[in-house]
Design a protein around this ligand. Structure first.
Ligand code: ZN
Length: 348
């Protein structure tokens, strides 16, 4: 019925603790720290804590997210000073509660924490430069590693490296400006990625990912290009969208906290035009990419990806290949393949 979690630090830090529902979670926001913990250290919890994960969620901010075995309330969350050679210690006391009490508390807490949610990149300063803006969105980052290859290769690293190459190539053409939703290993909530593109007045949004199939589910291969649709083209596309959309759950960001800043009938009109531009771009992209790399047998698909939801920015999501496939993984890690493929996307 009660669980205490402690974590030692080299010096005293501030801590902000709050809860999230469905699934039941407790989140600790702390300043940016270097976690000297085994990455798997939080996989097995005990008591009220089923598991926990930790990482950098933004410049200057780290986070620990606890998955709870059942609803619990935060009894105490504080840090005691280092004394007599003992390190500073963070203490989190949890006590079991019922669902109703848990939700009531959240309603109160969220009022405060929602406004605390940072906007990692904020709106860009208005530029004098009138060249069209391309926003590149390397998937995942920070606490959210994305999918993993057999030797632990992480999607977040593969796609960041790729997006940086792509940025350099597009910029070199001189025709476009490029903005990245992240340019380092930082967690960026899905809604913020969309907002970054909208706030900056992007002409095009391209999200970069890599896929994988679980062991025993066959061996898919090749790149795919996705556009937004409420109804997925097939179960495979639906599965992928659900997996990619989990990023915010992984970092403990409450999905409902993303403000809906545009509404009404205008969205509907804008969406129709945006959708047709998105699909046009996806075709063009497939045409360029297939000249230099293997595409998946159904290369053009659609599903409900949250990062593709800007009603007024044409958007596509590229899955560069499958880290679960040996040949694809080899490509994804190859300089030559990366350069060639980035060239083809820049061309599109
Ligand atoms: Zn991904």
């Amino acid at each position: 019925s009660q669980t205490r979690f402690v974590m030692d630090f080299s010096r005293k830090i501030d801590v902000h603790a709050f809860t999230l529902a469905d699934p039941y979670r407790v989140v600790l926001d702390i300043p940016q720290v270097t976690f000297q913990l085994s990455p798997k250290g939080g996989e097995n919890g005990r008591g009220l804590i089923k598991a926990f994960r930790f990482g950098l969620v933004m410049q200057g901010g780290s986070r620990v997210v606890f998955d709870l075995a059942k609803p619990a309330r935060i009894e105490k969350a504080f840090v005691v000073d280092a004394t007599d050679g003992a390190p500073a210690r963070l203490v989190l006391d949890l006590a079991a509660t019922d669902r109703e009490a848990f939700l009531r508390r959240i309603a109160l807490e969220n009022k405060l924490t929602r406004t605390d949610l940072p906007r990692p990149n904020g709106p860009e300063a208005k530029s004098e430069d009138s060249r069209p803006l391309v926003v590149l969105d390397p998937g995942h980052g920070g606490i959210d590693t994305g999918t993993k290859g057999p030797a632990g290769e992480e999607e977040k690293d593969i796609v960041l490296n790729f997006a940086q190459r792509l940025r350099d190539r597009i910029e070199k053409s001189g025709k476009y400006r490029v903005l990245m939703t992240r340019s380092d290993d930082t967690f960026v909530p899905l809604g913020n990625r969309v907002r970054i593109a909208r706030d900056a007045g992007a002409a095009l949004f391209v999200s970069i990912h890599a896929d994988s199939l679980p062991r025993g589910e066959g061996d898919a291969q090749g790149a795919s290009i996705y556009t937004l649709s409420e109804t997925a083209t097939d179960t495979e596309a639906a599965r992928l969208a659900e997996k990619e959309n989990r990023a915010d759950v992984i970092a403990g960001v409450d999905l409902k906290s993303e403000p809906d800043d545009v509404a009404g009938i205008l969205i509907d009109l804008a969406e129709r035009e945006t959708k047709s531009l998105s699909v046009q771009f996806a075709h063009k992209l497939a045409g360029e990419m297939k000249a230099v790399t293997r595409l998946h047998k159904t290369a053009l698909k659609s599903a409900g990806f949250r990062v593709l939801r800007a009603p007024d920015v044409p958007s596509a999501l590229v899955e560069l290949g499958y880290v679960s496939n040996r040949q694809d993984l080899q490509s994804l890690l190859s300089e030559t393949w990366r350069n060639r493929t980035a060239d083809s996307i820049a061309q599109a």
